[in-house]
Every structure is written in structure tokens, then in C-alpha cells.
Design a protein around this ligand. Structure first.
Ligand SMILES: C[C@@H](O)C(=O)SC[C@H](NC(=O)CC[C@H](N)C(=O)O)C(=O)NCC(=O)O
Ligand SMILES: [Zn+2]
Length: 283
């Protein structure tokens, strides 16, 4: 590549890196909002932050998390009117929640009728953890950690080509690679990426399971939402890095917030959300 072209491409990554980005929320579909809200508030200790109903598109959102949306990465549950069951597939991994006292957290989940599916270290995780399932079968790993600003610590997704995914998230999304390690005995390689200045922030964890050549995508998990100061420039940059833009930048009907949506090389979706519009959405 000619030097001038290289520097133009680097300038795009530099803009994405300098943009005012953070994980706003992770979005997925559930079959019964009330049941899920009850589990997240009572068993996992989250707060119900707000509801949003979009009758024109026949769906309702509920936002839950460990703190306010202007500082924390939260969960955006989607209930599509009348849809009670989704296929989780095999490509989605799990969410990680940092807990200071693992035993107490597990006891609370059990006391509230939650299902603990495994206890002990997760592949590639050095910290003690326990995995619990929510009413739709989404897995939450409770991971023993010191105090953190936001206990919603990890969004874990499986990928087939880890190096390609890391490059895409670094160059096209302006993310920082926090760590990348291979664990041959456990047959996994995991990379953690994010927007914060340290690892005590919500991270995207990408797992390559050695020897796995395909995943079932399912239709339950939807996307991560990332804040940006300019959805138009963001979409233009994503296209330069061969991101598949599935929603051209502009205001979202019914909500009016400007967004753009893109698929990474593995098909994982991210929605970039205009930061100023997002703050207008908040109660
Ligand atoms: C503004 C931004 O933070 C959003 O939340 S956009 C919400 C929108 N949600 C839906 O469309 C949910 C209903 C849909 N039937 C579903 O099951 O996903 C959304 O995710 N838009 C992104 C897009 O690419 O359209
Ligand atoms: Zn959203």
C-alpha cells in the first residue's frame, strides 16, 4: 500500500480511537420481561432503570444495570410482542459480572430460585467463578473480583478467526486490546478489548474455541450499543474497513436517536448511537 494511503487509513483509526466511545448497553431478546426483570433485580442485584415501548414496531425495552446509564454499561432487554421463545444458538458466550463475595452471590441466586449450572474456574479465567442461567437460558458468570466501578464486566462472544476479529475491532472500532492469551490445555484463546483506560471497565471478550469450525448464531442475542459523537463519520470509517453496514446512519423511527448498525467479519452486530441523542433519551 502506498504511504499516503496507509496514512489515510491510519487517520481513520485515529479518529475512531479519539472519538468519545464507550459501551452503552448490550441488547438481547427475552420471552417474558417481568420474569427476567424479577431475576435480574432479585438474584443478580441489578436496578430497573427505565422502560421504552415502541408500539409501531411492536416491541418493548427494559433497561437494567448496576448504575445509571450515563456512566454504566447496562442491559437493554427486548420483548417483541407475542414472541415468548428464542434460540440462543452456540455463538453467544456469556455475560460476566464482577462480585466481591462469590459465595454470597451464589447463595442469593439459589435463594431466589436461580439455576447455578457450574462452579469453578471458566476456561481461560483465572478468577473463581460460578455460572448461572437466567429464565431464557442466557449465561451469567459471577466472577470474584475486587471492587470495580461497574460490575457488568464482560460480554463474551465466540469467534472463528480471533486475529481477524482483533484487527477489526482495533482498526475499525478504535478499541484497545487489553489482553490476548492462549490456553492450549483448555483449548481456548481469548482476547479482551474495550474503550476504557484500564481493565476495570466493561470489556468485550472474544473466544476462539480450538477446533470449532462453525457456530449456530441463534436469534436471541442482538448487539452491543456503543456511543459515538458522529454516527455518519463512524459509518464511513466502518465501510473503509469492510464492516457490513446494515443500517445507514440516521434517526431511528419512533425514537429519533441517530444510529448506525454494522456487522463484524464474524456477523456480530454493533449499533453506534449518537452520544447527545442518547443523553436525551434518559429520564
Ligand atoms: C437507540 C439504540 O440504543 C436502540 O436501542 S435501537 C433499538 C432497536 N431495537 C429493535 O429494533 C428491537 C425490536 C426488533 N424486532 C428486534 O428484535 O431486534 C434496534 O436494535 N435497532 C438496531 C437495528 O439495527 O435496527
Ligand atoms: Zn439501544
Amino acid at each position: 500500500m502506498a504511504d499516503s494511503v496507509t496514512s489515510e487509513v491510519e487517520a481513520l483509526t485515529d479518529w475512531a480511537t479519539a472519538d468519545n466511545r464507550r459501551f452503552l448497553h448490550v441488547v438481547y431478546r427475552v420471552g417474558n420481561l417481568e420474569k427476567t426483570i424479577k431475576f435480574y433485580t432479585e438474584a443478580l442485584g441489578m436496578k430497573l432503570l427505565r422502560h421504552r415501548d415502541i408500539p409501531a414496531d411492536k416491541y418493548t425495552n427494559a433497561f437494567l444495570g448496576f448504575g445509571p446509564e450515563n456512566t454504566h454499561c447496562v442491559i437493554e432487554l427486548t420483548y417483541n410482542y407475542g414472541v415468548e421463545k428464542y434460540n440462543l444458538g452456540t455463538a453467544f458466550g456469556y455475560f460476566g459480572i464482577a462480585v466481591e463475595d462469590l459465595k454470597a452471590a451464589v447463595d442469593t441466586v439459589k435463594a431466589k430460585g436461580g439455576q447455578v449450572v457450574s462452579e469453578g474456574n471458566l476456561p481461560g479465567q483465572t478468577k473463581p467463578s460460578a455460572v448461572v442461567e437466567d429464565p431464557d437460558g442466557y449465561k451469567f458468570a459471577l466472577i470474584e473480583s475486587g471492587p470495580v466501578p461497574d460490575p457488568f464486566a464482560l460480554i463474551m462472544l465466540n469467534v472463528l478467526d480471533l486475529d481477524r476479529a482483533i484487527t477489526f475491532y482495533e482498526k475499525a472500532f478504535g478499541m484497545r486490546l487489553v489482553s490476548s492469551d492462549s490456553f492450549p490445555e483448555e483449548k481456548v484463546s481469548i482476547a479482551y478489548l474495550g474503550y476504557g483506560s484500564d481493565e476495570k471497565t466493561t470489556l468485550l471478550g472474544l473466544t476462539s474455541n480450538h477446533g470449532v469450525t462453525e457456530y449456530e448464531r441463534g436469534n436471541a442475542y442482538a448487539q452491543i450499543a456503543v456511543g459515538t459523537d458522529d454516527v455518519y463519520k463512524t459509518a464511513a470509517i466502518l465501510k473503509e474497513f469492510d464492516g457490513k453496514v446494515t443500517r445507514e446512519p440516521g434517526p431511528l423511527p419512533g425514537i429519533n436517536t441517530k444510529i448506525t448498525a454494522v456487522l463484524d467479519p464474524e456477523g456480530w452486530k454493533t449499533v453506534f448511537v449518537d452520544n447527545a441523542d442518547f443523553l436525551e433519551e434518559l429520564p
